[in-house]
Design a protein around this ligand. Structure first.
Ligand code: THU
Length: 130
């Protein structure tokens, strides 16, 4: 199993592939599946803006497309003053697959959150009518 440091390095490498001509804000991700496989991701923007895909969602899509649905952790990296914070949509997508640990890093260091910390009550009550 890869170390957090190794995953962070993979995310920085993935960030180099970011397609971000509109925001010029490059993001990288690395998603660790339960079986030890790693899926890199980068943001992929679109001229419509609204169709932009974030790095962590791209990693989830690649992982699911190759048959993975169980994940240990995801790393998200960007060159920011404070470690990057995933958007609400990505938090919901991470919740869909129960990604246990979310590591957010900049050049200075990393912070680690649980899914519950970033998105409390993500699925509680949904479709659970009395
Ligand atoms: N972005 C990500 O890829 N991940 C995040 O966690 C936050 C934001 C991307 C989306 C867009 O391409 C750019 O960063 C600016 O928001």
């Amino acid at each position: 199993m890869l170390t957090d440091k190794e995953l962070i390095d993979i995310a920085w490498k993935a960030r180099e592939q970011a397609y971000a001509p509109y925001s010029e804000f490059q993001v990288g991700a690395a998603l660790l599946a339960e079986n030890g496989q790693v899926f890199p991701g980068c943001n992929v923007e679109n001229i419509s803006y609204g169709l932009t895909n974030c790095a962590e969602r791209v990693a989830i899509g690649a992982a699911v497309a190759s048959g993975n649905r169980k994940f240990e952790k995801v790393v998200v990296v960007a060159d920011t003053k404070e470690p990057i914070s995933p958007c609400g949509a990505c938090r919901q997508v991470l919740a869909e697959f129960g990604v246990k640990s979310i590591i957010l890093a900049n050049r200075e260091g990393a912070v680690i959150f649980s899914l519950e910390e970033l998105l409390p009550r993500a699925s509680t009550g949904i479709l659970d009518r009395p």
